[in-house]
Design a protein around this ligand. Structure first.
Ligand SMILES: *[C@@H]1O[C@H](CO)[C@@H](O)[C@H](O)[C@H]1NC(C)=O
Ligand SMILES: *[C@@H]1O[C@H](CO)[C@@H](O)[C@H](O)[C@H]1NC(C)=O
Length: 323
């Protein structure tokens, strides 16, 4: 009995990992707080390091503060003008804010918070999100702060996964975090715990949980109390970024109002995949059409074109390289 109990405890702690958790909606957003709670409860050592306020749409921009205090009142009035630019929760030194973009928050966590306050901790995985709003297709890949945090982690050789939810209400955790199993934030948090458990289980003795330069972007469908979906435990589907439903923006001019109106449109260039497994369904298609399924996209930060594309362009440049 004694022995098997010890073995069980060992098995349980073997999967406990060091996770840096960030987002672009701010450190007080409900989704990230629910996920912090769930990952911690699952036994992981979680360091939440996120922007002090909304930084959606900042992509991979790396902006750090140049004044010593906050000059704007931040979301939900949770930190005020004159407060320090960074700090931890008074009752939990694993939760940190920084007045910076998501990409810079990852660096703040890895270069400042961890070494200065926690010593020799190696982060096994950066988890970004779950974002308030989905992140589907190439246009949003580039735009989203959640993705910016993720690819900036990969640049440093730290594995990273982005999660994006279909609940886009910018909610304050003190208003919206509860124990309701129908709360979309809780369902997403459980999905994150489940997803990373699979990765960590396969990691074994490998120093990295994902291949170098390789990241994952997960999109979560509408769940729980949201629109009364009946979806409380979404399944998983491997997808690609391209595909017939990938879209970007188009602008129309309204002669009457004199104002431009933005719309989304599918362009062929976005649908025709070149790299990647073209037999996979597009993430847009799956998330929009199949209901209770999360999409799993594997992406690379090697932005070089394929050999064929490179050689085609080299041919177009004629004798440029021998001039
Ligand atoms: C949306 O966010 C506000 C502000 O935090 C909150 O009061 C409200 O309950 C939220 N609504 C939903 C549907 O979560
Ligand atoms: C153009 O603007 C006018 C005036 O604001 C508005 O009534 C009309 O609906 C707009 N047309 C379109 C196609 O959006």
């Amino acid at each position: 009995m004694q022995l098997s109990l010890a073995t069980l405890v060992l098995a349980a702690t073997a999967a406990a990992k060091n996770i840096l958790l960030t987002n672009d909606d701010g450190f007080a957003a409900t989704n990230i707080r629910a996920t912090y709670r769930a990952l911690t409860k699952a036994g992981h050592d979680v360091f939440l390091v996120a922007p002090v306020m909304q930084r959606s749409g900042w992509g991979g921009r790396f902006i750090i503060p140049d004044l010593p205090t906050l000059v704007l009142q931040v979301d939900f009035g949770y930190r005020k003008i004159g407060d320090p630019l960074w700090g931890s929760e008074p009752d939990d030194n694993h939760i940190w804010y920084f007045n910076a973009t998501p990409a810079a928050c990852v660096a703040f966590g890895l270069d400042h918070v961890i070494p200065n306050y926690f010593g020799n901790v190696l982060i096994d995985l950066v988890v970004a999100g779950p974002n308030e709003g989905t992140n589907l297709g190439q246009a949003l890949y580039t735009l989203l702060g959640t993705m910016g945090a993720t690819y900036n982690s990969l640049y440093r050789g730290v594995p990273a996964v982005a999660f994006s939810g279909s609940n886009s209400n910018n909610s304050f955790y003190k208003d919206s975090l509860n124990d309701d199993p129908e709360n979309p934030s809780n369902i997403y948090a459980d999905a994150v715990v489940d997803f990373v458990a699979h990765l960590f289980e396969s990691q074994g003795e490998n120093p990295l949980v994902l291949p170098l330069s390789t990241g994952i972007s997960v999109n979560l469908p509408p769940v729980g109390s949201q629109l009364k979906t009946g979806c409380n435990k979404p399944g998983w589907e491997l997808t690609r970024l391209t595909g017939s439903d990938a879209y970007s923006w188009v602008l129309h001019f309204n002669q009457t109002s004199g104002v431009f109106v933005l719309d989304t449109i599918h362009y062929n260039a976005l649908g025709n995949g070149i790299t990647g497994d073209l037999t996979l369904p597009g993430e847009n298609t799956i998330l929009t059409l199949t209901g209770c399924k999360s999409t799993v996209l594997v992406f690379s930060i090697d932005y070089d074109a394929t050999t064929e594309q490179t050689n085609a362009v080299k041919g177009l440049l004629g004798n440029l390289f021998s001039e």
